[in-house]
Design a protein around this ligand. Structure first.
Ligand code: NAP
Ligand code: ZN
Length: 352
C-alpha cells in the first residue's frame, strides 16, 4: 500500500501541516477507500487541543469521512470498487456482545479474542497503536463499519452526516420527535443545523434556541418555525413548559441549564449531546419538578447510521458545507470555536 498524504497537528496548539502516513492493505473483510471529503467536527477540536484528556501526537483527526472504494479484501461482499462509502467515529467492535448484536457498537463490551471494546476512529487500534482519522487521502476499514452513501446526497456534503447527522438523528428518533411534538434545538452549529432539518423531516414542530439572532433566517430555511435568542433578556424564562424534547448541541459549558430544562413540559426530555470540557451542575429542582428526563446520547450504531443516511437521501436533507483545503484547517478550527462556520467545514482532500 503506498503512503498517502494527510494533515496532522503536533500538539494542543492544533497547527496543521501536511504529512504522509502509512495505511495497511485491506485484509479479509476489509475495504480501502480514497478519502475525498472529511468534515471538521467540534469533537476533532476538543480532541486535538487536549480538552478531553491527553492525545498521542502527531494526530490526524477526522471522523466524518466520505470516499470511494478502490480495493476490497478477501471475502468482502458489501462493497465493490467504485462504491461511495462513509465512515464515522467507529472502525470496529467485537460484533458478538449484547451491545453489538443490538446495533449499539459504540458500547461494545469486547470479546475474549482480545478486542477491549469499540475501536474509535483516530483512537487506538486492536494492537494498541494509534490510528489516523479522515484528514487523509485514504482509509482502510472493516466493510461492516462503512456505510453506503445514497446518490441523492451531494457527495461533497455527505461526510458530516457520519457524525453530526447520526448524533442528532439517533436521539430525535429514540425520544419520539414526530408529528404533534414540539422540539427545541439548542445551539445551531454543525450538529444543530442537522438536528433542525432531521426533526422537521420527522414531522415535529421545531424551535431553535441560539445565542444570537444571526442564524434566524437559516434556521427557518432548515425547517424551524420558531427562533429564540438567549442574548435577549428573559427569553428562556418566557419559554417555560413549552417543549416535549430538547436536543442541546452546545460545545461550551456556560449555559443556563436550569432555565433550559424548565422550558420542557412535564415529562419532557432534555438530551445533551454537546461535550464541553467542564462538567455541568445539574439543577435537580428543574428536573424533579415536572418528572423530566435528562439524558445523554453518544453518536449511533452502524445500522442506525445507514438508516439515517437513507432517511436524509429520501428527504432531500444534507449538511450546508463550506469546502476548504488542507492549508485552511488551522484557521477553520478557530472559526468553529468562534461560531463563524456556516455550518460545517469539509476538507477537500484533492487539495493536499
Ligand atoms: P459547533 O459547530 O461548534 O456548534 C456548537 C454550537 O454551540 C455553536 O454553533 C453555537 O450555536 C453554540 N455555542 C458555541 N459557543 C457557545 C457559547 N459560548 N455559548 C452558547 N452557545 C455556544 O460544534 P458541533 O460540531 O456541532 O459539536 C457540538 C458539540 O457536540 C461539541 O461539544 C462536540 O464535541 C459534541 N459532539 C458530541 C457527539 C456525541 O456523540 N454526543 C458527537 C459529535 C459532537 P448558536 O450560535 O446557535 O448558539
Ligand atoms: Zn463528531
Amino acid at each position: 500500500m503506498p503512503d498517502v498524504l494527510a494533515y496532522a497537528c503536533d500538539d494542543t496548539a492544533s497547527i496543521f501541516h501536511k504529512t504522509t502516513i502509512h495505511l495497511r492493505e485491506p485484509g479479509p473483510g476489509e475495504i480501502y477507500f480514497e478519502v475525498k471529503y472529511a468534515g471538521v467536527c467540534h469533537s476533532d477540536i476538543h480532541s486535538a487541543r487536549g480538552e478531553w484528556g491527553p492525545k498521542k501526537y502527531p494526530l490526524v483527526p477526522g471522523h466524518e469521512i466520505a470516499g470511494i472504494v478502490t480495493k476490497v479484501g478477501e471475502g468482502v461482499t458489501k462493497y465493490k470498487v467504485g462504491d461511495k462509502v462513509g465512515v464515522g467515529c467507529l472502525t470496529n467492535s467485537c460484533g458478538t456482545c449484547e451491545m453489538c448484536t443490538s446495533g449499539y457498537e459504540q458500547f461494545c463490551t469486547g470479546d475474549e479474542a482480545g478486542l477491549p471494546g469499540a475501536l474509535w476512529t483516530y483512537g487506538l487500534d486492536a494492537d494498541g497503536n494509534p490510528t489516523a482519522g479522515g484528514y487523509s487521502q485514504g482509509f482502510t476499514v472493516s466493510e461492516n463499519f462503512a456505510c453506503r452513501i445514497p446518490d441523492e446526497i451531494p457527495f461533497e456534503a455527505a461526510a458530516p452526516l457520519l457524525c453530526a447527522g447520526i448524533t442528532t438523528y439517533s436521539p430525535l428518533k429514540r425520544f419520539g420527535a414526530g408529528p404533534g411534538k414540539k422540539v427545541a434545538i439548542v445551539g445551531m452549529g454543525g450538529l444543530g443545523h442537522m438536528a433542525v432539518q432531521i426533526a422537521a423531516a420527522m414531522g415535529a414542530e421545531v424551535s431553535v434556541i441560539s445565542h444570537g439572532r444571526s442564524k434566524e433566517e437559516d434556521a427557518r430555511r432548515f425547517g424551524a418555525t420558531h427562533f429564540y435568542a438567549t442574548s435577549e433578556e428573559g427569553t428562556v424564562a418566557s419559554l417555560a413548559s413549552s417543549f416535549d424534547l430538547i436536543i442541546c448541541t452546545v460545545s461550551a459549558a456556560n449555559l443556563d441549564y436550569a432555565g433550559l430544562i424548565a422550558t420542557l413540559r412535564p415529562l419532557g426530555s432534555f438530551v445533551n449531546v454537546g461535550l464541553p470540557e467542564t462538567p455541568l451542575t445539574l439543577p435537580w429542582r428543574s428536573v424533579i419538578g415536572g418528572n423530566r428526563i435528562v439524558a445523554g446520547s453518544n453518536i449511533g450504531g452502524i445500522p442506525e447510521t445507514q438508516e439515517m443516511l437513507d432517511f436524509c437521501g429520501e428527504h432531500g436533507i444534507a449538511p450546508q458545507v463550506q469546502i476548504i483545503s488542507g492549508e485552511d484547517i488551522t484557521e477553520a478550527y478557530n472559526n468553529v470555536v468562534d461560531s463563524k462556520v456556516r455550518y460545517r467545514y469539509v476538507i477537500d482532500t484533492a487539495t493536499f
